[in-house]
Design a protein around this ligand. Structure first.
Ligand SMILES: Cc1cc2nc3c(=O)[nH]c(=O)nc-3n(C[C@H](O)[C@H](O)[C@H](O)COP(=O)(O)OP(=O)(O)OC[C@H]3O[C@@H](n4cnc5c(N)ncnc54)[C@H](O)[C@@H]3O)c2cc1C
Length: 417
């Protein structure tokens, strides 16, 4: 078999390496994991890359991930949206049953009228929301929440994003919910799993143990004329093929890629700040909560000690708040603002620890240039025996189970199966 190098030891690099067995994985950070990082501060354990749960529609991949983490806890999702000063069930369309009758009626009337109305085909995310959910559900929740997480006008987001990712709501569910019958949505995620100990990094850590990871050895330069020459922080290597899982936006610094410069420039993404709070209180019995309000700094808050009791000392709790940012956007006094806004939504905690972590690349933003640009970049790299893969290497909104599934396909492609 040919010799393979992998750039990046996030889940994508680690998963491909596990399927290939004898690849070398270069990682610029001091330890592998990428977004799957967990830190313990004064006894409180936080997933610093945001709330990560394990779920999949594919039972084989799910079993594989659970086998990697070893001991885990299983949950039935308890997730709500903060809406008009109360918590309603997530997703919103399934939470309608918890609203006052007049509001349910308005939503139902609009939804039914929208169903039977003749409509133009949607061309962007906002139009798609109106097309599928109607104006009431869109304006009450989908628009404000999505504007908050994407930090863009929703007309700027293409339908590439929607494809299979935001499921069409079952009409039955909306009708039932609107007449006050309780229903469940996103059922593929209703049951989820989480490592018993060590937070989500356990998945990355256990995968990394079985492969050759060179931490603190970032890739600085790639030459790809025939064989691939890689210069790292510590040495030089030659490979037949290279799997590239670092962000595509780093490529111009690493290799001569003038031919695809324009496409790389058109790639858009969002950054993330995660604030971890260690509190000397028991928190409510939620897993995570969504906040669509523009005056509240975070879009999501997760109660990690409800995922596993090992995330905080006895009687205490670990919480994370996630804040989506445009690249380059800075947030001042983020810890204070998170604590203040938790108070604003009714959570007064006895805070013992508060720490913030920043991530440059967190969400791929599917703009209208997305499809053409990413296809062209992929073709260009593949012609040079570089396989782009992963959330930012492949520039695709991948969850962990999709990473595992696609890593297998990448490994098979490399060994020629
Ligand atoms: C807020 C948030 C919540 C999420 N929640 C879930 C969830 O609940 N369930 C789920 O299934 N998925 C979830 N995901 C998705 C999950 O995080 C990703 O699928 C996965 O972590 C992607 O891994 P990756 O290896 O592709 O990317 P990354 O984790 O970004 O890894 C890329 C790696 O490349 C390294 N690197 C960069 N430059 C270089 C260089 N020059 N040389 C060497 N190394 C380099 C980086 O240091 C990094 O380690 C979530 C993602 C986010 C952002």
């Amino acid at each position: 078999m040919s010799n393979i190098g992998i750039v990046g030891a996030g889940l994508s690099g680690l998963a491909v390496a596990n399927y290939l067995k004898n690849a070398i994985v270069f990682e610029s950070e001091s330890r592998p994991g990428g977004l799957l990082k967990t830190e313990t501060v004064e006894g409180y354990t936080f997933d610093t890359g945001g709330s990560h749960i394990i779920f999949s529609r594919d039972d084989c991949i799910l079993s594989e991930m659970l086998a990697v983490i070893g001991n885990y806890v299983e949950h039935r999702r308890r997730t709500f949206i903060f809406y008009n000063n109360r918590f309603i069930k997530y997703p919103f369309e399934n939470g309608i049953s918890m609203l006052p009758a007049e509001e349910r009626f308005q939503i139902l009337k609009d939804f039914v009228e929208n169903l039977v109305r003749e409509k133009d085909e949607p061309k962007n995310l906002l139009e798609w929301f109106y097309y599928v959910f109607g104006r009431e559900i869109t304006n009450r929740y989908l628009k404000p929440y999505n504007e908050k997480i994407w930090r863009r006008d929703l007309e700027e987001i293409s339908l590439e994003w929607v494809g299979g990712r935001i499921p069409n709501p079952p009409v039955d569910d909306i009708l039932r919910s609107a007449v006050g019958i309780e229903t469940e949505g996103y059922t593929h995620q209703l049951r989820f799993f989480y490592p018993l100990k060590g937070g989500i990094e356990t998945l990355a850590k256990n995968l990394a143990e079985k492969v050759d990871v060179r931490a603190e050895e970032g890739v600085r330069k790639i030459e790809a004329d025939g064989r691939i020459c890689v210069e790292t922080d510590k040495g030089q290597y030659e490979f037949d093929k290279l799997v590239y899982t670092a962000p595509l936006t780093y490529l111009p610094e690493l290799m001569d890629c003038r031919e695809i410069e324009k496409e790389i420039e058109s790639l858009d993404y969002n950054s993330l700040t995660v604030v971890g709070l260690g509190v000397k209180d028991k928190v409510p019995n939620f897993h995570w909560l969504y906040f669509p309000q523009s005056n509240i700094i975070f879009h999501r808050v997760a109660f990690l000690s409800n995922y596993s009791p090992y995330m905080a000392p006895d009687g205490c709790s670990a919480i994370i708040a996630e804040i989506s940012r445009k690249p380059g956007e800075r947030i001042r006094n983020v810890c204070d603002r998170v604590i203040d806004d938790l108070g604003e939504v009714g959570f007064e905690f006895n805070v013992e620890v508060c720490e913030a972590w920043g991530w440059e690349h967190a969400y791929v933003v599917y703009n209208h240039q997305y499809k053409g640009a990413v296809e062209r970049i992929r073709e260009y790299l593949k012609a040079r025996n570089i396989i782009p893969f992963g959330r930012f290497g492949g520039w695709k909104y991948l969850n962990m189970d999709a990473v595992m599934t696609q890593a297998k396909a990448v490994a098979n492609e490399i060994v020629g199966l």
